[in-house]
Design a protein around this ligand. Structure first.
Ligand SMILES: [Zn+2]
Length: 244
């Protein structure tokens, strides 16, 4: 009677993908190109003897399984020379096909993991959106504390050049997720700009004077946005398909 593979998994620290009972005299292990562990055992081998034999070889098994997984990852990896903008810096981007969609930032590299159903650009879009929402919410919160305002509602939009807008009546602020590509002080300026519109709903001298009190360098940040807006799009900063 063949051993139930799922019961093997509760006894072993690695995965056994197949066990074949054959006429051979000794136990043989092999690792497939996908990292699967295939075990061939003599007919009549007890479960205990099989588990012991596998445990004795655990070092060899885990090493070879890891090697197979590493080489799959290496083959799937797509190095793109294009760069991605994030908080005013440029990052190299490394795209990897994986089980889950996620983005990790390490040193100056943005690692994009995407599953085979999702294009990498959508993973990056989702990540940008989420990062923008987190950063902008925390800046809004800080200004609300500073200015003694009740917490405001915010929405994250996909606007291309309208970085922020303010609906005075319902006290809702809208911000483009693209702002996450700008340096943090620029994002803070845009947030403050929209918050100041709750007080002064136009761009009069009074508005700029009030803004300058809290953000004296605002001209520099306005200029940065004007000069860099062309670059603040996913399409411009990188090509997130596979290289053709
Ligand atoms: Zn304005």
């Amino acid at each position: 009677m063949a051993i139930n593979i799922s019961s093997l998994h509760t006894l072993l620290p690695f995965t056994v993908d197949a066990v074949y009972y054959t006429r051979r005299k000794s136990i043989a292990l092999s690792i497939s190109g996908k990292g699967e562990l295939i075990v061939r055992v003599p007919i009549g081998t007890s479960d205990r003897a099989l588990v012991d034999a596998l445990m004795n070889k655990r070092g060899w098994i885990t090493k070879h399984q890891q090697n197979a997984i590493d080489s799959i990852a290496k083959n799937n990896r797509q190095y793109l020379s294009k760069e991605i903008f994030y908080l005013g810096d440029t990052y190299k981007i490394v795209v990897n096909e994986d089980k889950e969609n996620c983005v990790k930032v390490l040193d100056n590299i943005v690692y994009v993991h995407h599953n085979n159903k999702t294009q990498p650009r959508y993973v990056v879009l989702g990540w940008y959106h989420c990062q923008a929402e987190n950063l902008i919410s925390s800046i809004v919160y800080d200004y609300c504390e500073l200015l003694g305002l009740r917490e405001l509602k915010i929405s994250i939009t996909s606007a291309k050049t309208r970085w922020g807008s303010c609906n005075y009546r319902i006290k809702r602020l809208n911000f483009s997720w693209r702002l996450i590509m700008a340096p943090k002080p620029v994002v803070e300026y845009v947030v403050l700009h929209e918050i100041m519109h709750l007080k002064v709903p136009n761009h009069s001298k009074l508005f700029w004077d009030e803004l300058a009190e809290l953000c004296p360098e605002y001209r520099e940040y306005k200029l940065w946005l004007r000069q860099n807006s062309r670059l603040m799009s996913l399409d411009h900063s990188l090509i997130l398909g596979y290289p053709s």
